[in-house]
Design a protein around this ligand. Structure first.
Ligand SMILES: [Zn+2]
Ligand SMILES: [Zn+2]
Length: 64
């Protein structure tokens, strides 16, 4: 099993040295997404917002 090297959502290459607080390209924990995508997703106030990041955290049956 190989570790992902790019964010599954925005396709940016993970950069462990990116310590920016906002829109960082660091890999977020053990997810296949970058920190920037997860932060953006969690910060969304759009009720209907649902993307592959949400699916990862909530499971595939959360909403179709
Ligand atoms: Zn990303
Ligand atoms: Zn999302």
């Amino acid at each position: 099993m190989s570790e992902p090297t790019h964010c599954a959502k925005c396709r940016r290459e993970f950069d462990p040295g990116d310590i920016r607080y906002i829109d960082s390209a660091r890999r977020y924990s053990s997810t296949p997404f970058c920190s920037g995508c997860v932060d953006h997703c969690r910060g969304s106030e759009i009720a209907d917002h649902f993307c592959m990041v949400d699916r990862h955290f909530h499971g595939s049956d959360y909403r179709t």
